[in-house]
Write a protein that binds this ligand. Structure first.
Ligand code: G1P
Length: 316
């Protein structure tokens, strides 16, 4: 299922053009790093996490991205803007590689920002995008889930939306004891391999109450009909307006499909998962991977011998 998708690869014309990226969370799990820096700006190797998400949207042909932010998120706006002085300095030095790296984020898509104002939940963040999105289907990408750049999940979801209409969510099978961290879907098979009909959804159920082991991962292609439903959706789990609850309402009409994903997904939502993500993506990088992987093997060997934990001087 892994197909490299360079950004210059032609993408089919589709009706969905807009992506919404909720980015208003406080990032309390990463304090103190996130005291003055948005969690979306934490680096994954040498790019902020949110850049991977915008690159994924752009690679799937979405050329309009709306960030739903909050207070203290100025750094996100700056990152996706031109940096005139920095660009001048790099241009004067003839440093084309870094100049491209600085310019790339602003070139990925037409990027817009709106503020959520009140932290009323993911469903509310999506509702804030209503005016910008208008009466067109749109994608939602959550920043805590990174999908490996070699995967084509979002494109597959957009194709499913073209064929079936309605709403399309991404699902991944997880261990039962993990399901309480996710929205969970009850599903029925369809005639298409890897595509299911979603018959029910519940936000973060306990393992005993979970209708399946299918977790909702943070990619959605939504019909604008979801906005009216969100307007009527009362606060749910955690006192927040949950996107999962609005989609549960839509399952009744049979308008929710799921794409079952079994590819490479990285979770940057908590510290241990974030560290795994950085290590995995560093190992996969052609420029850093070989050297870093060699070091990592040596480090693991040290840990296994018990040496790594007690050594004073770290391996170079
Ligand atoms: C959100 C959604 C949840 C989904 C998850 C995926 O939860 O509410 O349904 O499974 O993202 O990452 P959050 O992790 O923001 O609490």
């Amino acid at each position: 299922m892994i197909v490299p998708h360079a950004t210059d690869t032609p993408v089919p014309a589709r009706t969905v053009r807009k992506a919404v990226v909720p980015a208003a969370g406080l990032g309390t799990r990463f304090l103190p790093a996130t005291k003055a820096t948005p969690k979306e700006m934490l680096p994954v190797v040498d790019k902020p996490a949110i850049q991977y998400v915008v690159e994924e949207a752009a690679a799937a042909g979405l050329d309009d991205v709306l960030m739903v932010t909050g207070r203290h998120k100025r750094a996100i706006e700056d990152h996706f803007d031109n940096a005139f002085e920095l660009e001048q300095v790099l241009a004067a030095k003839g440093d084309a590689v870094r100049l491209d790296a600085v310019r790339d984020p602003a070139r990925l898509a037409d990027i817009h920002h709106i503020r959520q104002g009140e932290p009323l939940g993911l469903g509310h963040a999506v509702l804030c995008a209503r005016r910008h999105v208008g009466d067109q289907p749109f994608a939602v990408l959550l920043g805590d889930d990174l999908i490996d750049p070699r995967e084509t999940l979002l494109s597959t979801m957009l194709d499913v939306r073209e064929r079936h209409g309605g709403n399309v969510i991404a699902l991944m099978e997880v261990a039962r004891e993990q399901i309480h961290r996710y929205g969970c879907a009850a599903v029925e098979a369809t005639e298409e391999d890897g595509v299911v009909r979603v018959t029910g959804l519940v936000e973060k159920p306990s393992p005993e109450d979970a209708p399946s082991a299918y977790a909702v991962i943070g990619r959605y292609v939504l019909d604008p009909a979801v906005f009216d439903v969100l307007e009527r959706t009362p606060p749910g789990r955690g006192g927040e307006i949950q996107l999962t609850d609005a989609l549960q309402t839509l399952t009744v009409d049979g308008t929710v499909h799921g794409v079952v994903f079994d590819g490479l997904r990285y979770d940057t939502g908590d510290k241990a998962d974030y560290l795994r993500t950085v290590v995995r993506l560093a190992c996969a990088r052609p420029d850093l991977g070989p050297e870093f992987t060699d070091w990592l093997k040596g480090f693991v060997a040290e840990l296994e011998s018990g040496e790594g934990v007690v050594r004073r001087r770290p391996a170079a």
